[in-house]
Design a protein around this ligand. Structure first.
Ligand code: ADP
Ligand code: MG
Length: 218
């Protein structure tokens, strides 16, 4: 479903992805951990095709959604216009019905005529998610979905993303927040210097979150 072989990416002389390999072969929630600068965002951007690899091959589903760390909502469009912009352009059938349903399920329906600058961080997050889900992705890439959110909002992001997974979507989530990833993910990959140095399941016997921190700090 997702297959990455020998992914290598340079920015200038800096090797940001280093012969990286990754297979995701079932519908699971995969966390991408690692300290700042380890290459998480670059890997997500390469998967989405926002950056081009210098070497290697990435195979991923045709329908892939991307949730940006800073949301990247269109400031001059309302919530409703933001989420319908791409599907209307592609003449996606049923898109206004789907938009209504999504806004209801994410509890932001009453904000539909509001412009992004008047939304809270948690609400912007939900709009960004609704916009990504409008294209019916088989794979959803999320970059730091908890950044700037308080505890209550983080808890609801966990619930929302679990529901997205239950609908059959593969999630790949970059986050520096190990607690969040341990609560959400079936599998956690730890990145360092553009490589995956650990691939574990928080549900497996003997798993300890502290173990992740040991790797995180090295
Ligand atoms: P993370 O998301 O894990 O914090 P990034 O993928 O953002 O890591 O960055 C990995 C490395 O690549 C960092 O050293 C960063 O400075 C560098 N980098 C990322 N994007 C660019 C870019 N567009 N131009 C130059 N360097 C970049
Ligand atoms: Mg990042």
């Amino acid at each position: 479903m997702v297959s990455i072989t020998n992914a290598t990416k340079y920015f200038g002389n800096e090797c940001v992805l280093h012969h990286l390999n990754l297979q995701i072969s079932s519908i699971e929630i995969v966390g991408l951990a690692g300290s700042s600068g380890s290459g998480k965002s670059t890997l997500l951007r390469c998967i989405q095709g926002l950056e081009v690899l210098d070497e290697g091959v990435i195979k991923r589903p045709d329908h892939t959604g991307f949730m940006f760390q800073d949301f990247q909502l269109f400031p001059h469009m309302t919530v409703w216009e933001n989420i319908l912009y791409a599907p209307l352009r592609e003449k996606k059938p049923q898109c206004t019905e789907n938009a209504q349903e999504l806004l209801h399920s994410l509890e932001i329906f009453s904000q539909k005529h509001i412009y992004p600058q008047r939304l809270s961080g948690g609400q912007k997050q939900r709009v960004a998610l609704a916009r990504a889900l409008m294209m019916d992705p088989q794979l959803l890439l999320c970059d730091e979905p908890t950044s700037g959110l308080d505890r209550g909002n983080i808890r609801s992001v966990v619930q929302i993303l679990k529901r997205v997974h239950e609908k059959g979507v593969i999630l790949l989530i970059a986050s520096h927040d190990l607690d969040f990833l341990c609560n959400l993910c079936h599998r956690i990959l730890m990145m360092r210097y553009g490589k995956i140095i650990l691939d574990v399941s928080p549900q497996q016997e003997g798993f300890r979150e502290e173990h992740l921190y040991e790797f995180y700090q090295k």
